[in-house]
Ligand binder design. Structure first.
Ligand SMILES: [Zn+2]
Length: 266
């Protein structure tokens, strides 16, 4: 399931084909994705230029010359193919095809159809899921005090709190699990216990912020074919922390598997 690093890589993949180019043609082969594609989807995109393509949380966002925003989500199994020229053989799960003025063809493929696309203007975006997102974990502004404010008083386990897109944007099951191991914090610990009674951020919370950033930066740099994890999906293996000697354990939280080392994660 795509999280921030996978979405970031999708943005980097699409940028050369889409940024600065216009939508010359928009072919919707299937309207019913996770949501129904908006009415006039094709009309609002066709002819518009992409000023910038960026990521916000797990969303891809194209800022258009018309003032509209094209917002795209990969869901569980969505991905893009970019064809720089020539005709494109389409398959059953290719649902949306953008023909760009750059000559590139961008194809959205999604076998499970949990992904979707929306077009917003300045007014409607304020009521969208995008507007409710928490801070970007790779932004300079994401510091321990910002996270402290959002975790203060929360009784939810750390795993659940950090997976909440309103607390911090872009994290999911895999990278929360990995960051908590790096920060030596238990996924079961109540989130609010990381914040002092005064609201201040203790060293453990500063460590967590650094761990989230480092985990995401490493995953973006590593690339899609290398998924060596510290603890995720490594039940029964030796903890990778030098000198720990613990064993990675799997628990289920909110219906999702969590992996952690009970010896060094407190
Ligand atoms: Zn350990």
């Amino acid at each position: 399931v795509p999280e921030l690093p996978e979405v970031e890589r999708a943005v980097q993949q699409l940028r050369p084909a889409m940024e600065g180019a216009r939508f010359a043609g928009v072919d919707v082969r299937r309207r019913r994705l996770r949501t129904l594609l908006p009415r006039r989807f094709e009309a609002r995109l066709t002819g518009a230029a992409v000023h910038a393509l960026r990521r916000r949380g797990k969303y891809l966002v194209a800022d258009l010359s018309t003032g509209d925003l094209l917002v795209m989500h990969l869901g569980m199994s969505g991905s893009f193919d970019v064809h720089l020229n020539g005709s494109v053989p389409l398959t059953k799960h290719d649902h949306v095809v953008f023909s760009m003025s750059s000559g590139a063809t961008v194809v959205f493929n999604d076998p499970r159809r949990f992904g979707s696309m929306w077009v917003y203007d300045a007014r409607t975006v304020a009521r969208s899921a995008l507007a409710a997102l928490g801070p970007e974990p790779l932004d300079e502004a994401f510091v321990a005090d910002v996270l402290a404010e959002r975790l203060r008083g929360r009784k939810a386990p750390l795993k659940a709190a950090l997976s909440d897109q309103r607390v911090v944007a872009g994290l999911g099951n895999i990278y929360v699990t990995e960051a908590l191991h790096r920060a030596r914090l238990s996924p079961r610990r109540a989130a609010g216990t990381l914040v002092a009674a005064t609201g201040a951020a203790p060293p453990s919370l500063r460590r967590l912020v650094q761990a989230i950033r480092a985990t995401l930066r490493d995953a973006i740099a590593r690339g899609p074919d290398d998924d060596r994890f510290r603890v995720y999906d490594r039940e029964g293996r030796r903890c990778p922390r030098a000198g720990c000697g613990g064993t990675i354990t799997r628990i289920v939280q909110a219906g999702r598997s969590t992996f952690f080392c009970p010896r060094c994660q407190k």
